[in-house]
Write a protein that binds this ligand. Structure first.
Ligand code: AMP
Ligand code: MG
Length: 442
């Protein structure tokens, strides 16, 4: 096995032959690791309101108990359970002396034979330890019991139905003061946002947004909104890429379209490298007459490889200009998406320090393939698929229409990518295949 160190003498060897997808992923991973060793990631402190989707750059420790005070888990009557005796209490009587509402606590002392009306979340006075839900205390069988209460009336309770501590939430039982509740590297999703707010956190240190420049290459490309000239097509890759990048929480710098002209490309790459952590282009990485991207990347920086044994996505130039990583993706729209998901996405998440994020590894599924699929051993192939459950509840998958690498409509119809591993030959109907579910990835 050759070393995949991008800085080693052996790198040249990979320039002549196609890497397996696994080797390419490994090499990119090493490159990112190397890059992160040599430059410290920027962090910033921002208001909590703006932190959704960002990556935490500090551990969050609770400065308070959650809940902050012992409170009631139910609407009902709060009382003190009498001490345990040999003869268990059966009927208990308490005089109703007041009420505790959420945000409006009962502040007077409560004697051992007194109770208060209490609502969910309201502070439980120190002297009391148990809450009897309204529905367990039959004081008005017509159901209007809680409205007709008067202070001083006696409330009867069946002592066998409760034990001390019932329906009580203790201060700090969710999070005790001093507990570490979030670790750096965590993506701040909706539950994290709520959790930090519940601790009173107003400012949070996060990784600076990863800046990613994108541009499309091709003399045939026009912008949506323009009238299409003969032989031209609309540029779709920039829109796909922008969506994929925004989904990961990157800052996207959209540089538009570059002509198939070496100087135009050089200028665009130079501008992008000045301001961005990562540059992603599409098109112009094959060996055709108009394919200049790879040559310009080599001219201005380094290209570590440009052929991968995968379909779609065989031509893909990976390299660096200065300290910016460069992905020259193929031009075909489906190849753009497949190479992004399999190679660019893990690199970006790694750069964003999100290796510990549960979303880092794609959550694969396995399914029965309902139809035969032709597959060449010696390359990883991706097909677009549609899943369903059969009568036995098993997950099954079939192809979602035309599979050409330019056909985006079947990518829209698909709910998964079927991943056919490197060494695998033709797939027979009813064989098991691996799936990447698409909804959470795109
Ligand atoms: P290339 O690798 O540049 O030869 O492109 C391969 C195919 O993808 C060609 O049919 C291109 O027209 C098409 N293509 C390249 N870039 C784009 C783009 N930005 N949007 C849509 N199709 C594209
Ligand atoms: Mg082109």
């Amino acid at each position: 096995m050759k070393t995949l160190d991008p800085s080693s003498q052996n790198t040249q060897a990979f320039n002549t032959e196609a890497l397996s997808l696994g080797q390419a992923q490994q090499l990119i991973g090493q490159c990112v690791e190397d890059l992160l060793q040599h430059r410290s990631l920027r962090t910033e402190r921002i208001p909590l309101e703006e932190a959704f989707g960002r990556t935490l750059a500090e551990d969050i420790t609770s400065g308070v108990d959650v809940p902050a005070h012992t409170n009631s888990a139910m609407d009902g009557f709060a009382f003190r359970m009498p001490p345990k005796t040999n003869t268990e209490p059966t009927n208990m009587r308490y005089k109703l002396v007041g009420e505790s509402l959420a945000g409006k606590p009962f502040t007077k002392a409560v004697a051992h034979d007194e109770c208060i009306k209490i609502m969910t979340g309201a502070l439980l006075p120190l002297e009391l330890d148990t809450v009897a839900p309204f529905e367990s205390v039959m004081i008005d069988p017509l159901g209007e019991r809680t409205n007709k209460l008067t202070w001083g009336q006696w409330i009867d309770m069946d002592g066998t139905r409760f034990k001390a501590g019932d329906n009580r939430r203790l201060a700090g039982e969710d999070i005790p003061k001093g507990a570490r509740v979030l670790l750096q590297g965590q993506r701040l999703h909706a539950a994290c946002m709520g959790l930090m707010a519940s601790l009173g956190v107003a400012q949070v240190k996060v990784q600076a947004l990863l800046k990613v420049a994108i541009f499309s290459t091709g003399d045939e490309l026009q912008r949506p909104g323009e009238s299409l000239k003969p032989g031209m097509i609309f540029d779709s890759n920039r829109y796909t890429l922008k969506g994929l990048l925004q989904g990961l929480g990157c800052e996207v710098i959209d540089l538009g379209i570059a002509a198939d002209e070496p100087l135009a490309l050089k200028h665009m790459l130079k501008e992008a490298a000045k301001v961005c952590d990562v540059i992603i282009t599409s098109g112009g990485v094959s060996d055709g007459d108009a394919d200049h991207t790879k040559a310009m990347m080599q001219d201005m920086g380094e290209v570590f490889f440009w052929k991968i044994a995968m379909r779609p996505g065989r031509p893909l130039a990976f390299g660096k200009i200065g300290s910016s990583l460069l992905f020259g993706l193929p031009g075909n729209p489906v190849a753009v998406m497949v190479t992004f998901l399999s190679l660019v996405r893990p690199a970006l998440l790694h750069m964003m320090k999100r290796q510990e994020d549960p979303a880092f590894d794609i959550a694969t599924l396995t399914a029965l393939c309902e139809e035969p699929i032709r597959k060449k051993p010696g390359r990883t192939e991706f097909q677009r698929g549609l899943t369903r459950r059969n009568a036995n509840g098993q997950l099954c998958v079939r192809l979602s229409g035309h599979q050409g690498s330019g056909i985006l409509s079947s990518m829209v119809q698909a709910d998964c990518l079927i991943v056919l591993e490197h060494e695998r030959p033709d797939i027979k109907a009813q064989e098991t295949v691996t799936l990447w579910p698409l909804p959470r990835l795109i």
